[in-house]
Design a protein around this ligand. Structure first.
Ligand SMILES: Cc1cc2nc3c(=O)[nH]c(=O)nc-3n(C[C@H](O)[C@H](O)[C@H](O)COP(=O)(O)OP(=O)(O)OC[C@H]3O[C@@H](n4cnc5c(N)ncnc54)[C@H](O)[C@@H]3O)c2cc1C
Length: 372
């Protein structure tokens, strides 16, 4: 009897699993990929797209040919409910699929709870495909006006890069353009070295991006800040970090108090040994692991090996991240801030390293899809 494995989510963490299946067949299995859209966006290149450096097709990976190479059936739908006791996954299409093994990597949701009142002015950064469409529409609609105000809510790496990318984009078209970044002080590039924060603040100031250290609440015309200021905005980009997906709420799966799936170093659910998870959706019970593309990508090969091991009944591996991570923060003008441990440097050469890493990543999967 064939055993059915479902991958839920076609993003960073599952690409290595598809590559593994394409490289080595997994006997006696039926493989499915259930994901919201046919293309997955490599988020590290999104600020560069905003800045006009990349075309859309340079950061999008087509999952259809990749799934075909992996011998996986591709289903374009949202997973909307999981019942681990019954081993079923319900989809937005109304279908309910049974499984023997499940791997979850649907990423996080952008937390817009304080911003929803903004209505059409609000552009959550996830789902990335929708963000790209809405940003393009916004630019087309606004290009004939003289004045434009853009605010980015969220001061993590994504928020900072998007603010700088947006500034590059609108500088070309508008004489009176203003970009602001709103973030609680403790959330500004948290997890990065103090020197990275200092250099980033200098760059933001040079580009005349106003930084407001405050909490933001959405109103119909802009953002009301916790320091009492009102920030009018034609468009608010929400890069407010990942919140756990709500559709897992009544799944029966062990989750932490914020709703993230509890896994061990082997990426296996702590409550159900036939469920694995990786990427932004997880909480590692053995250590703190920040939610980043670096870890989603690097955990991918371990996840692939462990899905295979679970099916074949062999020993599982562990994903142990390196003690130091290389961070490259794009500045939206073909420069980047590089940091590795205590080393912090800035320049065009750092951008070229980032550009090479990012293009190689997307290229690896587009080549695999095309040529096997
Ligand atoms: C603008 C931006 C820039 C970033 N830059 C960097 C960077 O430079 N370096 C870095 O390390 N990290 C970066 N990150 C963070 C990084 O993108 C995430 O940590 C990473 O994408 C997480 O990978 P994942 O596999 O968990 O989810 P994702 O890559 O988000 O993939 C999720 C997949 O699941 C699908 N999906 C979602 N919901 C469902 C559902 N209910 N059912 C089925 N499918 C679903 C989606 O369509 C998508 O294909 C950035 C994030 C953003 C927003």
């Amino acid at each position: 009897m064939k055993r059915r494995i479902i991958l839920a989510g076609g993003g960073h963490a599952h690409l290595a699993v598809l590559a593994d299946w394409a490289a080595r067949p997994l006997d006696n299995t039926e493989r499915w990929l259930v994901t919201s859209s046919r293309h997955t966006a490599y988020s590290g290149m999104l600020p560069g797209w905003l800045a006009g450096i990349y075309r859309a097709n340079e950061l999008l990976i087509d999952l259809k040919p990749l799934a075909e190479r992996a011998g996986a059936r591709l289903v374009i739908a949202d997973a909307v409910r999981l019942d681990v006791a019954a081993r079923t996954l319900s989809l937005s299409s109304g279908d309910e699929i049974g499984f023997d093994f499940l791997s979850l990597a649907t990423g996080g949701e952008t937390d817009i709870s304080n911003l929803a009142t903004l209505g059409d002015r609000l552009l959550p950064v996830r789902p990335v495909g929708t963000f790209m469409e809405r940003w393009s529409t916004f630019m087309e609609r606004t290009v004939l006006t003289n004045t434009v105000g853009i605010a980015v809510a969220g001061g993590g790496a994504a928020g900072v890069e998007l603010a700088l990318g947006a500034e590059t984009a609108i500088r070309r078209f508008f004489r009176n353009a203003r970009v602001s970044l709103v973030t609680p002080r403790e959330g500004f590039l948290s997890g990065h070295a103090p020197r990275v924060r200092t250099r980033a603040l200098e760059e933001l100031a040079k580009r005349r991006i106003d930084v407001h250290f405050a909490q933001a609440a959405g109103t119909e015309g802009g953002l009301l800040l916790s320091n009492g200021h009102f920030l009018p905005a034609d468009c608010v980009i929400a890069a407010t970090g990942s919140r756990a997906p709500r559709w897992l709420a009544r799944s029966g799966l062990a989750r932490n108090e914020d709703g993230f799936v509890a896994v061990g170093a082997d990426m296996r659910s702590t409550s159900h040994d036939f469920v694995f998870a990786a990427g932004d959706i997880i909480d590692r019970i053995d250590r703190n692991l920040e939610r980043s593309g670096v870890h989603a990508v690097k955990a991918g090969p371990v996840l692939a090996a462990n899905l295979r091991a679970a099916i074949e009944g062999t020993e599982l591996r562990q994903y142990q991240p390196r003690s130091r991570t290389l961070y490259l923060l794009a500045l939206g003008d073909k420069r980047a801030i590089l940091s590795w441990g205590r080393i912090v440097a800035i320049g065009n050469w750092a951008w070229r390293i980032k550009d090479w890493i990012d293009r190689s990543f997307v290229g690896r999967y587009t080549d695999l899809a095309r040529h096997g």
